[in-house]
Design a protein around this ligand. Structure first.
Ligand code: GTP
Length: 575
């Protein structure tokens, strides 16, 4: 076979390759393709191993500077964690044959496990990395099961054997016991030093089967990741399950049924590298003039216009667990922020978005995330990648509500499933709710319960009673709606105190005293009083200043509260 040209000799390059440089992979046999991802618990060394694999196959130069090169996002580099799965195609020579290895590096933190399950759908095998010192951890088990259930070949790799406290023997026993994988199948490596990494490459070739895909079939590709490029529109990462596709072809997105012309396609090495065509078994990217973020959604199937195929099953939607409001700093930024959120959710489809509005903060959205870290990272990406500044409200989690009265959910389009009287005062009702009613309003529902336990579960996770209470923040006796929260009874006092203190610091002096209170029902649990504005000159200045800043103020009773005050008080959960 004709040797393939070296696509990318040194480090990283941008996708400005002209067509004449494009590589034709038409002769590359499917049986010499391996698609695999690297999975592990957080910090067990996935990205470091990916660096070594990229270096050893010549995709990047061997230099000290190349650290976690697949962690491309600013947020990943700053936090030292992977949040996005990244693909890299490598060429590897083994026993006189050239292989095309498509590697997907995945995040380790539980908040990003949706990335792992999606990546797995494009692969036939995984490298399951386990730290030789820490052994099997929670995400090792969770990720193992994702791969196991998808029936992928699992290669256990024990990393960090260079550490003083490394105990690979013990880890091998764990792997044998927990995963039922014979210890002989484990590969002991140091990704940091490169020890035995060649054995990992050999195992990928020898143990992982090639994709079951034929170039003779009609073209069919799964969109397993997508992002939005300001100039080129949607860039979709695809795994080709059958046939071939080339520039100029007319393709259709099964999701919308819309047709597009392929403008560019190629491999990710790890940066975009255009090719003439993409073939069955390959993993790469495709740009087809999709200008709207609703096009080429993750999980979509692409096919040729003249050869329709049945759509692939796609992905199960992720279940949001933490909800928070997001608002523009200023309402004039609403449209810009909306488009930033849309574009970012294209790249992170596990985020749910519902329109919402607040008296204090104006029009905005209620977003659902898989966890707090996920929420923080999304917020940081909005700011760093889209230059958007946002107000994030206090995160809330879903609760199960044992309602003291049924009137509360009547007009929420809910269908009652059953009702059980627990005793003569309490009743437990099960409803089938439209998800958006719950996502948008569940917090309001909780607020409207004067006391009670609110929870809701949209998974069969069972019930757990929690001692929750509603806490109001009052300004001169009037409740501040935006600051009403549901707190655990045990934490009500400390949370109320902290919120009052922060509010006291945020409200400018006014011409009278202001009482700031945290209350549960009619019971005040924390109270602060602000000073009044002082002598007449000072009062005049104050009035002038307040008149200037009127627009940025919200009036609660006779108290003017700057919008920023809500932000600082609501930001109480931030580190
Ligand atoms: N001593 C030693 N340290 C290693 C080795 N491999 C990785 N590390 C270190 O372990 C830390 C985590 O490595 P990463 O490669 O970022 O881990 P990761 O699994 O990709 O992390 P996430 O993607 O955030 O889950 C870094 O400080 C690495 O330098 C190794 O073989 N030996």
């Amino acid at each position: 076979m004709k040797a393939l040209p070296v696509l990318c000799s040194s480090s990283r390059r941008l996708s400005t390759q002209s067509d004449k440089d494009a590589v034709d992979l038409s002769k590359f046999p499917v049986d010499r393709i391996r698609n695999f991802c690297i999975i592990a618990h957080i910090d067990h060394g996935k990205s470091t191993l990916a660096d070594r694999l990229l270096e050893m196959t010549g995709a990047i130069a061997k230099t000290e500077k190349n650290k976690q090169v697949l962690d491309k996002l600013q947020v990943e580099r700053e936090r030292g964690i992977t949040v996005k799965a990244q693909t890299a195609s490598l060429f590897y020579n083994h026993e006189g044959q050239q292989y095309l290895l498509n590697l997907i590096d995945t995040p380790g933190h539980v908040d990003f496990s949706y990335e792992v399950s999606r990546s797995i759908s494009a692969c036939q095998g995984v490298l399951l990395i386990v730290d030789a010192n820490q052994g099997i951890q929670a995400q090792t088990v969770a990720n193992f099961y994702l791969a196991f259930e998808a029936q992928l070949t699992i290669i256990p790799v024990i990393n960090k054997i260079d550490l003083k406290n490394a105990d690979p023997e013990r880890v091998e026993s764990q792997i044998e016991k927990v995963f039922d994988i014979p210890r002989e199948e484990c590969i002991r490596i140091s990704a940091k030093l490169g020890t035995n990494v060649d054995k990992v490459l050999q195992a990928v070739v020898n143990r992982i089967p090639p994709p079951q895909a034929s170039t003779e079939d009609p073209f069919k590709a799964l969109v397993f990741d997508s992002n939005f490029d300001h100039y080129r529109g949607v860039v979709a990462n695809i795994a080709v399950f059958g046939g071939r596709v080339k520039k100029g072809d007319k393709i259709v997105s099964a999701h919308l049924g819309k047709a597009y012309e392929v403008n560019e396609l190629g491999l990710l090495r790890p940066d975009e590298h255009p090719t003439q065509k993409l073939f069955a078994g390959q993993v790469g990217y495709i740009i087809a003039g999709m200008k709207d973020v609703k096009e080429a959604q993750i999980g979509d199937t692409l096919y040729l216009q003249e050869q329709p195929v049945e759509a692939l099953p796609g992905f199960k939607p992720a279940k949001a667990m933490v909800f928070a409001g997001m608002y523009p700093m200023d309402q004039s930024e609403y449209t810009g922020l909306r488009s930033a959120i849309e574009r970012l959710t294209l790249n992170d489809s596990s985020v749910t978005v519902q329109r919402d509005s607040s008296l204090a903060l104006g029009a905005g959205w209620r977003l659902g995330f898989l966890g707090l870290l996920h929420m923080e990272v999304f917020n940081q990406r909005l700011e760093q990648e889209y230059n958007a500044s946002v107000i994030v409200t206090a995160p809330t989690v879903p609760y199960k509500a044992v309602l003291s009265s049924a009137k509360l959910i009547k007009n929420r389009r809910a269908v009652q499933k059953n009702m059980v009287y627990i005793d003569d005062q309490r009743v437990m009702m099960k409803y089938l709710f439209p998800l958006n009613e719950i996502v948008v309003d569940f917090y309001d529902l909780l607020k409207s319960l004067s006391s009670g336990y609110a929870s809701f579960d949209y998974e069969n996770a069972g019930y757990q009673a929690a001692d929750l209470i509603k806490m109001d923040i009052l300004l001169n006796g009037r409740p501040v709606e935006e600051l009403t929260t549901v707190v655990h009874r045990e934490r009500a006092y400390s949370t109320g105190k902290a919120m009052c203190e922060r509010l006291k610091d945020s409200i400018p002096r006014q011409m009278f005293e202001i009482a700031i209170q945290a209350a549960i029902g009619s019971k005040v649990i924390s109270k602060y009083t602000t000073d009044y504005g002082g002598d007449i000159t000072r009062k005049m200045k104050l009035l002038k200043k307040q008149a200037e800043g009127k627009k940025k103020m919200r009036r609660i009773g006779n108290v003017e509260v700057p919008k920023d005050a809500f932000i600082s008080v609501l930001k109480r959960k931030e580190k």
